[in-house]
Design a protein around this ligand. Structure first.
Ligand SMILES: [Zn+2]
Length: 158
């Protein structure tokens, strides 16, 4: 068995540390969590020493995540590792999803989301403002510098 397959098998086994929420169908991660409520699991599958459990759940089900893409939650529950609740999007998709849906997750009630949404609607005139909001939002929701840069790149081409 090759190294990759071994990592996948190990992840699969360890990702069973969840509890089913029968009301929502979410698989609630029971292990370590980040400040933002995302599950964290030790694995070098993405070239780091750990990764988020929702990313690990996606990888186990669908294979590696293309560079710069994010695994997002339909259910808006950061601790959920149910593959059926996950979708793959660009950072811009993710932020648009965040600003267009009004959700129960406390992170979605961030007043800055409304500001970012307005800035998005006027991306030409308010680009500078938009960029500031984006940076703050992305910091807050634990995205990497690369992901922020990618969003800014995408905005340049709009
Ligand atoms: Zn879920």
């Amino acid at each position: 068995m090759d190294r990759f397959q071994k990592q996948i098998d190990s992840l699969k086994r360890r990702l069973s540390n969840y509890e089913l929420d029968e009301r929502t169908g979410c698989w609630e991660w029971k292990g370590c969590k980040s400040q933002g409520g995302y599950g964290v699991i030790g694995t070098c599958i993405e070239g780091r020493t750990s990764t988020f459990t929702h990313r690990a759940a996606w990888i186990v089900e669908n294979g590696l995540i293309p560079n710069g893409m994010l695994v997002c939650h339909h259910c808006d529950n950061p601790a959920c590792v149910n593959p059926n609740h996950l979708w793959l999007g660009s950072p811009t998709d993710n932020i648009k999803d965040m600003v267009t849906k009004q959700r129960h997750n406390p992170a979605r009630k961030d007043p800055m989301l409304k500001e970012a949404q307005q800035a998005l609607l006027h991306s030409e005139r308010k680009r500078r403002k938009c960029i500031t909001y984006m940076k703050t939002l992305f910091d807050k929701y634990e995205l990497t510098n690369d992901e922020i840069l990618q969003v800014l790149e995408e905005f340049k081409h709009k």
